[in-house]
Design a protein around this ligand. Structure first.
Ligand SMILES: C[S@@+](CC[C@H](N)C(=O)[O-])C[C@H]1O[C@@H](n2cnc3c(N)ncnc32)[C@H](O)[C@@H]1O
Length: 250
């Protein structure tokens, strides 16, 4: 995947096209983690900052924020946010020798989800490389369990309304139209784009490979309208989620 080309193309319509984790976080769990790690003496890194949606949360809580992304089109929008303590840098964060700042805290929201597993490991290693000794990170990642659970919900909802699984419009399940080996690696489609989804147990294997020790594994929960355009009123908890991995340099 050419990430720079892909994300530059999306840049003009980013806010309409890309799911807003910050606005959709039902339990405001992100704010709790930002407050836990806040420090006006510390330097934070927004790893894959996009158009800077996290700046209003991070910039006031840290002395300095470095925001890095591969897409110059998105960085231009991020720079318009005009925070005095934020500096934006263009870089390929999957490049093992990319120049990184030394920081106390890394925030990374839905970036390490490329279709190439080795690039995702390279990015996790770069999170580790950027962290000072004692530094911590909060990393948001798509959940494979949530993806499967949403599909189960869709089938269950259809059954309740008298539609058998075999009669469901195939477009509704098009995210699963991938090879068997992609499916087994969590490489499923979101709006036609192959996106890496993680199992909880898989995170426990790969984070240590990147030199990151998991402190806690949490869910960022969203309403069902993040999955379905008109979910029925009875469709409540458990809600769909992304993983929020709190970790530190091992
Ligand atoms: C879904 S967006 C998330 C952006 C932002 N973290 C947010 O939550 O709004 C994914 C971001 O990852 C960036 N990205 C993808 N691959 C990258 C790479 N190899 N190096 C740096 N940034 C990358 C994209 O340019 C895009 O801004």
């Amino acid at each position: 995947m050419n990430e720079q080309k892909h994300w530059n193309k999306i840049a003009p319509t980013y806010n309409e096209e890309i799911f807003d984790v910050f606005k959709s976080d039902r339990n405001r769990i992100l704010s709790r983690f930002f407050s836990k790690y806040r420090s006006r003496n510390k330097h934070a890194l927004d790893f894959g900052c996009g158009n800077g949606k996290a700046f209003p949360y991070l910039a006031p809580r840290f002395k300095k924020l470095t925001a890095m992304d591969i897409a110059d089109g998105l960085l231009t929008l991020a720079k318009n946010r005009l925070y005095k303590n934020v500096s934006c840098v263009q870089a390929d964060l999957a490049n093992p020798s990319v120049k990184l700042p030394r920081v106390d805290f890394v925030f990374c929201c839905n970036v390490i989800m490329l279709p190439e597993p080795e690039k995702n490991i390279a990015m996790l290693k770069n999170v580790n490389r950027a962290l000072r000794r004692g530094g911590s990170a909060v990393i948001i990642l798509p959940s494979m369990e949530s993806y499967l659970f949403s599909a189960w919900r869709l089938i269950d909802w259809n059954k309740k309304e008298g539609t058998l699984p075999a009669q469901i419009d195939q477009d509704e399940l098009s995210g699963f139209e991938v090879s068997k080996t992609d499916l087994l690696q969590g490489l499923l489609k979101i709006n036609g784009v192959t996106t890496k989804h993680y199992l909880a147990e898989e995170l426990q294997v790969i984070f240590p490979l990147a030199g990151l020790k998991i402190i806690s594994l949490n869910k960022v929960e969203y309403d069902w309208n993040s999955e379905f355009s008109e979910p029925p009123k009875w469709m409540k908890a458990p809600y769909p989620w992304d993983w929020l991995v709190e970790c530190r340099k091992a």
